[in-house]
Write a protein that binds this ligand. Structure first.
Ligand code: NDP
Ligand code: OXD
Length: 308
């Protein structure tokens, strides 16, 4: 039996899951509580603490999102339980849109024009062409790779960084500490599309942030923990960075009174850069559930040691 836990559109998910998996009994929550022993698979996002402990025979958790950091921090999922995440599921295209919005803000000087408008200044700045903007993407997975190839097609100069060596035609791919330092020093707009793991925590600390050239911009749509927020604030206050566009934060929702809320160089969104598309998520859950039943390896399997 499959149990669904989704605060977002639960009725739609249930309908889609039942259509996609007619052979499977599927219950929502809390309906599944009475049949908890029969539940072997759970599809969930944002489940409350202790939720997975209800299911003594749990085998697989399907994460209805890309990032699994919060699942891996929980103590109610036994290590024998497989964790499966979504691969793209409609998020990659949205991530390109989000990144492009920030990139155009930089390239077309919207931050500067907004400042000028407030000061009633009519100053025409020189137009900057895409092939004169160096974009660096930290994380070349499902999302980063798509953003890289989309921006490349639009004419930007694209560099990327990942744990293992990647080869993407037209993209200058780097890895390792030295590769990261070189990439940062050669960046106009930096996109953070890494997962939150112990290795990526505060990857962008004050030393690395200081490697970015004067006037660069940062767009973080990965996870808040990737950036040392205090160090970022200091760089913004010193006007070393033109702006930061932030979708994710160390603490979400961002606490009241946090300096990011009103910072003139911060553009904020409430963790909405790329939303799971239910139909695509359900198609992946259904395909994987059938693979599991057939004893075939599922796609999107999380390596707990690696943390993503
Ligand atoms: P993937 O697992 O497909 O890709 C992760 C990438 O990060 C890979 O290229 C991986 O390297 C790289 N990476 C991981 N650890 C390190 C490290 N220590 N050093 C260098 N590179 C590293 O993830 P997705 O692309 O699907 O998603 C990325 C993240 O985006 C998610 O984990 C989530 O946090 C975030 N996200 C945010 C959303 C939002 O709305 N704001 C929506 C969806 C996702 P390698 O290629 O070598 O494995
Ligand atoms: C995700 C997210 O990881 O929405 O899917 O952040």
């Amino acid at each position: 039996m499959l149990c669904l836990y989704s605060p977002d559109q639960p009725d739609l998910y249930l309908r889609l899951l039942r259509e996609a998996l007619p052979e499977c009994e599927i219950l929502g929550w809390p309906e599944a509580a009475d049949a908890a022993e029969a539940v072997t698979h759970v599809a969930a996002w944002g489940a409350p603490p202790g939720f997975f402990a209800y299911f003594p025979n749990l085998q697989v958790v399907f994460n209805l999102g890309a990032g699994v950091d919060s699942l891996l921090l929980r103590d109610d999922i036994a290590t024998s339980v497989k964790i499966i995440r979504l691969l793209d599921a409609g998020m990659a295209r949205q991530m390109t849109e989000y990144c492009l919005y920030g990139l155009l803000h930089y390239q077309r000087e919207m931050d500067n024009y907004r400042r000028q408008q407030r000061a009633e200044q009519w100053i025409q700045r020189d137009a900057r062409q895409a092939n004169n903007v160096r974009v660096s993407i930290l994380g070349l997975g499902e999302l980063g790779q798509r953003v890289a190839t989309d921006l490349l097609r639009m004419g930007y100069v694209v560099q990327g960084w990942s744990r293992r060596t990647r080869q993407i035609e037209g993209v200058d791919c780097r890895h390792g500490d030295a590769g990261l330092d070189q990439l940062l020093a050669d960046t106009n707009v930096l996109f953070c599309l890494l997962p939150a793991t112990p290795d990526t925590r505060h990857l962008l600390d004050s030393r690395r942030l200081a490697l970015l050239p004067e006037g660069a911009a940062i767009i973080n749509a990965g996870r808040g923990s990737l950036v040392d927020e205090e160090a970022l604030l200091a760089r913004l206050d010193q006007e070393c960075l033109r702006f930061a566009m932030l979708d994710v934060f160390a603490e979400e929702p961002l606490p009241a009174g946090h300096p990011f809320w009103k910072h003139p160089r911060v553009i904020m969104t409430p963790h909405v850069a790329a939303d799971t598309v239910p139909a695509e998520a359900v198609a992946q859950v259904a395909a994987n559930l059938r693979k599991h039943a057939a004893g075939v390896a599922m796609d999107g399997h999380i390596d707990r040691l690696r943390g993503y």
